[in-house]
Design a protein around this ligand. Structure first.
Ligand code: CAA
Length: 254
């Protein structure tokens, strides 16, 4: 089993479990991760998903041994890495809890999540240039949108590593914790997210995602229409009633 799943209440934790290759992401790992997460995604009892690795490695990249001998036509015909689109299509909020190496595809997988929490020991990088290639799982695009052109160019053209502290300062990482506290702290944040109505959480992340895709005018219109749509949900009535009645809301989550 390349992926271990654990449930803590409404939080699901998916742990990459390929220690012999520092969680390198081969096709088998990708397919197993996505198929396990798709089941959790459609479960209304799962309100937040944490994707994590080991203390030493979140993931050391796409599997270099799997790719090394492939021809252009094989890569093109397989549309190599396009399978990751299904990960990005998951609608449940996802937090990457990164400890150790998040290199190449590992950094790119973390960026496909909705936010990244890092151990103070975490190390991020896009070292593909050292292998004679470039990032291929979205790194040139997502890293640039997350930390800006100059810093993304620095990372991608030199292949250098970025510490957790620099990653937080740059906006790649949302929060940094001591390594021993990372999972516990991430679970408590995930529990907060999972306590809200799942439809509003899904709508919120989907709308924030649109900020990376749309112009300001289109994005604000998208947001307004989603905001209007949420008035069809029971959670909106419950959330607003609870505020006025000075009590905790009891969200239905579905
Ligand atoms: N692919 C395949 N195998 C990998 C791997 C990867 N990305 N990263 C590590 N491994 C394997 C090693 O080959 C080694 O296996 P063997 O015992 O069979 O030799 C095992 O994992 C342990 O690795 P190391 O002995 O190298 O461990 P280390 O602690 O000395 O070094 C490391 C750790 C610095 C992360 C080093 O393993 C490393 O540099 N890995 C490659 C990082 C990299 O280049 N990532 C980008 C991959 S390309 C990519 O991701 C493309 C894309 O855009 C998606």
């Amino acid at each position: 089993m390349n992926i271990l799943i654990e449930r803590v209440g409404r939080v699901a934790i998916a742990q990459l479990n390929r220690p012999e290759a520092l969680n390198a992401l081969n096709s088998e790992v990708m397919q197993e991760l996505i198929s396990r997460l798709q089941l959790l995604d459609s479960d209304p009892e799962v309100g937040c998903i944490i994707v994590t690795g080991s203390e030493k490695a979140f993931a050391a990249g796409a599997d270099i041994k799997e790719m090394k001998d492939k021809s252009f036509l094989q890569m093109f015909n397989e549309d190599f890495f396009s399978g990751w689109d299904a990960f990005c299509a998951l609608r449940t909020p996802k937090i990457a809890a990164v400890s150790g190496y998040a290199f190449g595809g590992g950094c790119e997988l973390a960026m496909m999540c909705d936010m990244i929490f890092a151990a103070d020991s975490a190390s991020f990088g896009q070292p593909e240039i050292k292998l004679g290639v470039i990032p291929g799982m979205g790194g040139t695009q997502r890293l640039t949108k997350l930390i800006g052109k100059s810093k993304a160019m620095d990372m991608i053209l030199t292949g250098r590593k970025m510490s957790a502290e620099e990653a937080e300062r740059s906006g790649l990482v949302a929060r940094v914790f001591p390594a021993k506290d990372l999972l516990r702290e991430t679970i408590s944040v995930a529990e907060v997210i999972a306590s809200y109505g799942k439809p509003s959480a899904m709508a919120a992340r989907e709308t924030v995602e649109q900020a990376l895709e749309l112009s300001l005018r289109e994005g604000v219109l998208f947001e307004r229409r989603v905001f209007h749509a949420l008035f069809a949900s029971e959670d909106q009535k419950e959330g607003m009633s609870a505020f006025i009645e000075k009590r905790e809301p009891a969200f239905k989550h579905r």
